[in-house]
Design a binder for this molecule. Structure first.
Ligand SMILES: Cc1cc2nc3c(=O)[nH]c(=O)nc-3n(C[C@H](O)[C@H](O)[C@H](O)COP(=O)(O)O)c2cc1C
Length: 327
C-alpha cells in the first residue's frame, strides 16, 4: 500500500500534495510536468468572475450600449470560457491525476452557469475561490459570510461533482461559516487563499503590488484554524493552503487536521523538484515515527485532544515579551 495515500472531497489522492491554483497550473504542459514531478492533483488557475465582468464593462464603454454590445459581452464570456475549457480538456487528456477547476467569484450572479459547463468538460471537482474586501461603511455584518452560502447553493444546484470552497483569511471567526458550508453540502474547505496587497513606492508616490509570493511564517494562521476547524467539524475535509513551504510544513498541516495541502509559493521558488523533496521528507518522517498511513496521524494535534486549547487562541506574546531582551 502507498503510505502517502489520502483523499479529499471524494477524490483519491496518491499523496497530500496538490498544486495550488495559480500561474503554475495555467497550461497543459505545466500540469503534465506537475504530474510527472509527483503531485497528486492540480487546481487550475482561476477563471475570474471579476476579470470577465471588468472586461465586459470596458467593452461596453468603448462600444456604446445596445443589442450589438450585448452580443459582444456574450461573445467575450464565451471566448474566455472556451480558453478555460481547452485548458481543462487538455489537462484531462494528458494527466491521470484529479483536475480541479477554479472560479474566483464574489457574487452568485450568472457566472454560476459556467460551473455546469466545467463539469461537462471533465472537471473532477470545482473550487470556488470566494474573495473580496469588505470596506463599505454601512457594511452589514454577516452579509459576506451569507454570500458564500448563496454562491455554494447556486453552484451545487447545477453540478453533481464535488464543490470545494476556498476561503480568504479575514474573518472574525470562520468556524460558523465553515459549519454552514458543511451543512450546505460543501465537499471540502480550503484554508486560506492569499490576497494580493497594496504597497507604496515612496519616491514616485505610487501604489504598487506588495509581495506576491507567500512566506513560511504564513503557516501559523493555517495551523491555528485547521487545528480548530478539524476539531469542531471533524467529518469535514479541510485542505491547508498558505506557508506550506517544505516537507516539515506538510507534516504540520496534516497533524493539525488537514487531509492535504494546496502548495504554491515554494513551487514558484524551487520548481518541480520541490514536490519530490517534500514528499520524501514526509515519508521519512512517517517512517521515523512509525506511521504506516496518513490517517494514523491526521489531526493528532488538533484542538480535540489538547489539554490547553489556548495554544490556538493565544493572541498576545506574554511569555515571549517577558523573556526577550530588547537591544
Ligand atoms: C502568483 C500567484 C497567483 C495565484 N493565483 C491564484 C488563483 O488564480 N486562484 C486561487 O484560488 N489562488 C491563487 N493564488 C493563491 C494560491 O493558490 C495559494 O492559495 C496561496 O498562494 C497560498 O499558498 P502558498 O503559501 O503555498 O503560496 C495565487 C498565488 C500566487 C502567489
Amino acid at each position: 500500500m502507498n503510505k502517502l495515500e489520502t483523499s479529499f472531497a471524494g477524490l483519491k489522492l496518491k499523496n497530500p500534495l496538490i498544486v495550488s491554483s495559480s500561474g503554475l497550473t495555467n497550461s497543459v504542459e505545466r500540469n503534465k510536468r506537475w504530474e510527472e514531478a509527483g503531485a497528486a492533483a492540480v487546481v487550475l488557475k482561476s477563471l475570474f468572475e471579476e476579470q470577465i465582468m471588468m472586461e465586459s464593462a470596458r467593452m461596453q464603454k468603448s462600444n456604446g450600449y445596445g443589442e450589438e454590445n450585448e452580443y459582444l459581452m456574450t461573445y467575450y464570456r464565451g471566448h474566455c470560457l472556451n480558453e478555460y475549457i481547452e485548458l481543462l480538456r487538455g489537462t484531462k487528456e494528458q494527466c491521470s491525476i484529479p483536475v480541479i477547476a477554479s472560479i474566483n467569484c464574489y457574487s452568485d450572479a450568472e457566472w454560476t452557469d459556467f460551473a455546469h459547463t466545467l463539469e461537462e468538460a471533465g472537471a473532477d471537482a470545482i473550487e470556488l475561490n470566494i474573495m473580496a474586501i469588505q470596506s463599505e461603511i454601512d457594511y452589514d455584518y454577516g452579509s459576506f459570510e451569507q454570500r458564500h452560502i448563496d454562491i455554494l447553493r447556486k453552484v451545487k444546484a447545477v453540478v453533481d461533482i464535488p464543490v470545494i470552497v476556498k476561503l480568504g483569511s479575514r474573518f472574525t471567526n470562520c468556524i460558523p461559516l465553515i459549519d454552514q458550508l458543511y451543512a450546505n453540502g460543501v465537499a471540502a474547505v480550503v484554508l486560506f487563499n492569499r490576497m494580493a496587497s497594496p504597497d507604496i513606492q515612496i519616491n514616485t508616490m505610487t501604489y504598487t503590488t506588495g509581495e506576491v509570493l507567500g512566506n513560511p511564517s504564513d503557516i501559523s494562521e493555517v495551523i491555528r484554524w485547521i487545528g480548530l476547524a478539524s476539531a469542531r467539524i471533524p467529518s469535514l475535509n479541510l485542505i491547508a493552503s498558505g506557508g506550506v513551504g517544505d516537507g516539515a510544513a506538510l507534516v504540520k498541516v496534516i497533524l493539525a487536521g488537514a487531509q492535504a495541502a494546496e502548495v504554491c509559493s515554494t513551487l514558484y521558488r524551487h520548481g518541480a523538484s520541490q514536490v519530490q523533496s517534500m514528499l520524501y521528507f514526509m515519508e521519512s518522517w512517517m517512517e521515523e515515527h512509525g506511521y504506516e498511513s496518513i490517517v494514523q496521524f491526521k489531526g493528532r494535534m488538533n484542538a480535540t485532544g489538547m489539554e490547553d486549547e489556548t495554544v490556538f487562541e493565544r493572541t498576545q506574546f506574554f511569555k515571549y515579551f517577558s523573556q526577550k531582551e530588547p537591544y
